[in-house]
Design a protein around this ligand. Sequence first.
Ligand code: PLP
Length: 422
Amino acid sequence: MFNELITRDRAVNWHPYSQMKTSQHIPILSGKGTRLYDANGNSYIDAVSSWWVTLHGHSHPYIAQKVFEQLQRLEQVIFAGFTHEPAIELSERLLALLPPNQRKMFYSDNGSTAVEVALKMCIQYAYQQGKKKSKILAFKNGYHGDTFGAMSVSERGLWTAPFQDLLFEVIFIDAPHSSNLEEAFKTIDLHAEDVACFIYEPLVQGAGGMLMHQAADLSALMSYCKSKGILLIQDEVFVGFGRTGTLFAANQLTESPDIMCFSKGLTGGTMPMGITSCTEELYEAFYSDEKMKAFFHGHSFTASPIACAASLASLDLLLQQDTLEAIKRIVRLHQDFTAELRTFDVVQNVRQCGTILAFHWNIGETSYFNHIQERLYNAFLAEGVILRPLGNTVYIVPPYCISEHELLEVYRAIKKVANNMC
Ligand SMILES: *Cc1c(COP(=O)(O)O)cnc(C)c1O
């Protein structure tokens, strides 16, 4: 069965971020809680939440039930000219949890589209005020998705090289640190007139290598941009829904963004959906008797009722006392493990933000495509744990349902591989 599925898969499927000639793709038959079960009967602890999406574990019965009920009531309806209660209720409930300046929700399908929507909103916002603002400000080492707009505002590298000439102009600044803020302010001053918006991953830059910065430094930068009339797009696609230890990274910042992007954990990681939230001021700029001032953007599956139902169910689970306690437990266990990790020679630069723990594996070269990434990935798999390093950066992003026992099992695997490799 295992080999048969691999052969059939190879014959027809093309996997993401994979060199198909050399990569392997394990057939998974089922998932329950933190664990995934392959076609050979092996189980793996999913310590990366299946690309950072799963919040409450795989195949959660409560979410399954709510999605099943919604599927039988209304599975889909065009969201232009029609609306439905799951989208209304989800917007109401999410807005109540966001900074109070967030007032309207625009739905799409994934994180990249949530970012595209945000960028287009900002550019059109300037356009409708008769201003031509064509530049965008972003962090170095950022990641906002793989569509063209999202790729443009992300770190450029080997993987974007083929498209380099087609990406639009972006001003990149260093992620904030008390020592480089003045320099960032100078760069902003230089371009302020032409900059429509500043897009950033708050507190943790995920795909760029789980790089972390301080809330106070980011708040200072946000405040400076605001004083220059630059709109703020806060991309919480990865960090939203509890990853940083608070419900949103926004809860740790003293400034509120103009726009926020959500996806990944939004549906509890059960199905794709994106949301871009914005302020009343932004929304008002499109609110007019003139038809052409509307926001002409949409996707076939905008506000999918079943994805909304999954999101509502996930939110029910997330806000339960048990889940909030579980998040705190992960934070505490990570803190203890951090101290232990520091005693290993191969481990450098251990850092933690809430439930996200990351460190540098200090051997070999450091590119995303290097050997060490594959070696580590396979070594962890052999221990029954899914950890997918970004280059030399090993990180843990567990689902909140992970038990203490399972998390200790993940730590044990890391320690064992560290001992074997030095
Ligand atoms: C993953 C990610 C995206 C893109 O989301 P997709 O659903 O993969 O398109 C955007 N921004 C951040 C911060 C992300 O981590």
